[in-house]
Every structure is written in C-alpha cells, then in structure tokens.
Design a protein around this ligand. Structure first.
Ligand code: PMM
Length: 288
C-alpha cells in the first residue's frame, strides 16, 4: 500500500550520511550523529527518513558500494529498531536489497534504475515502493546534458520510458513514484519550468515526489554569501506550491518549515473543500 498523507503530501526528511553532500555533508558522519538527526527529523514531523550514503551532487565521484553500505546499513538498522520509516537513497541494487531486508519501505534511486542493471529486479522482488527520479547521465556528466527544447515534455517522456522499463522488469505500476529530478541535468530555468508544470507530471497518474530542498537555483534568489540553510524558507514555499499542484511527497532538509507550509496549505485546502460544500448547501437552500 502507498503511504498517503491524510490531508497533505508526505514529508521525506533528508539524512545524508556523506562527507561531501552539498548542503549537509559531513554533519552526520557517525552512526550516532546520523541517528540523532534522523530522530529529530521524525520528531519534527517527517513521515519517513530518506537515508543516503553516496552524494549525487553534480561532479561527485562514485563511491565503493562497500563504503556506502558501511555508512548507511547501521543507520537504517537502528532507525528501523526505533520504528522510524526509512527510504533508501541509493544507485546500488545490493544496497537497496540490504535495506529492504532491514525493513526499509522505499527505494529512492535518482537514476531511475539506470545506474545498476540489477536495480529494477531488486525493486520488483522486494515489493517496496520505488522512486524513479529523472536524470541524464551520471553525477559526473549530468551538467553537460542540460539541453531541452520543451523541458516538461522531454522530462515527462524520458520518465515514461523509465516507467515502461520498470514495469517490464516486474515492478508493479502502483508501486512506482515519479520525480522530475529538480537539479539533475537541468538549469535553473528548467527547474522553474518543471515546478511550474508539476501538474503535468501528476497527470501521469503516479504519485509525484519533489526534491527542491536547498538546491542551487534557490540560492540564486538570495545574496551570494547566504548560507544554504537560508534556502529553507524558499524550499517551504515550494513544498506548499507542490501540494497545490497535487504532489504526493516532498523531500526536504528542514522539516519544521515545510511542515508549517504544508499545514497552511492543508488548512486552506480543507476550507476550500468545506467552503464549496457550504456554498453549495446555501445555494440549494436558497433555491428551495
Ligand atoms: N536530490 C538529491 C538526492 N536525492 N532523490 C530524489 N528522489 N529527488 C531528488 O531531487 C533528490 C534525491 C540531491 O540533494 P541532496 O544532496 O541534498 O540530498
């Protein structure tokens, strides 16, 4: 079953257990520190903690799988022991399989199962939810593959190819979550275009996840010297706008601000629904 938020998108709290991730790298590079941060994310309102051990930022070099697992497996094991839902952010099928064994609920693969030929099979066999994120090339090459004529149509089409490949490999369609891959092989202009056209991804009929948190294009709205954490208010606004466009989930570093933004959206959305009912009732009443 898909975990669906009762009245708002699901919040993925980001836990990067990496020394080099662009916005929080190095902050949680011991198991204890990582678990403590994850517990905090959960207590702040994250519905699930997205654990990643390998940086996917543009230019990052690939990590040995053994090192990735050394970083993430103890953290995933401990979070599951504490009853915290876990999503595993990995390009590696063996890491995904090991985390599935430990009780992870979601495999989050920013390559949409293109980086590891075994990933689609692991996704199919594990029966976990699978996030298929749009990207082109690898972290080493993605910044050179940013040519689009119609970004929304092209990203949609490329995601649909991945969807078809996953389904052919045996992943049940209802377990596939789509993600337009904000910041992956895209310029700022493309990122804004994709966010503005998010409803067109929602229209594909799969849950849609949005990962814009603290990304570089948000930094362009701020003074050059601003810290990455200063991108959190903009991230929270994007969370609310994503909810409005029908997103199923948002992946964020700062859960507190996104939770507040989603509660505002949820209250307004509820009032809109109730308001429509009230107006309808009054109209009916007036007609009588
Ligand atoms: N972005 C990053 C990592 N994992 N997963 C999904 N599904 N979508 C994203 O946009 C995404 C991701 C890179 O950001 P980080 O280094 O802050 O984790």
């Amino acid at each position: 079953m898909l975990p669906v938020g009762p009245s708002r998108p699901i919040i993925f709290g980001i836990l990067n257990v990496t020394p080099d991730s662009f916005s929080d790298g190095g902050a949680h590079d011991s198991v204890a520190a990582a678990v403590e941060h994850a517990v905090q994310l959960f207590a702040s309102g994250a519905d699930i903690v997205d654990v990643g051990g390998e940086s996917t930022r543009p230019g990052a070099v690939r990590l040995e799988v053994a090192e990735e697992q050394r970083r993430v497996l103890p953290v995933v094991r401990e979070l599951r022991a504490q009853g915290i839902p876990v999503s595993i952010d990995t390009l590696n099928a063996s890491t995904a399989a090991a985390c599935a064994e430990l009780g992870a609920a979601i495999i989050n693969d920013v390559s949409a199962a293109t980086a590891d030929v075994d990933m689609a099979l692991v996704a199919a066999e594990s029966k976990l939810l699978f996030v298929a994120c749009h990207s082109r090339g690898s972290s080493a090459t993605m910044n050179t593959r940013t040519r689009y004529v119609h970004p929304i149509a092209e990203v949609r089409r490329e995601l649909e190819y991945r969807l078809a490949a996953l389904i052919t490999a045996g992943v049940k369609p209802e377990r596939i979550i789509l993600d337009p891959g904000i910041g992956f092989s895209k310029t700022s202009e493309h990122n804004w275009a994709l966010l503005a056209g998010l409803h067109e991804f929602v229209a594909l009929g799969h849950p849609v996840l949005v990962g814009a948190s603290r990304k570089g294009f948000l930094g362009e709205l701020l003074p050059a010297e601003a810290a990455v954490t200063e991108r959190d208010p903009a991230t929270a606004v994007i969370s609310a706008l994503s909810a409005e466009a029908g997103a199923w989930g948002v992946r964020v570093h700062d859960v507190v601000s996104t939770k507040a933004a989603l509660e505002v959206w949820s209250a307004m959305n509820g009032a809109r629904t109730n308001g429509a009912r009230t107006t309808g009732a009054r109209t009916t009443g007036a007609r009588k």
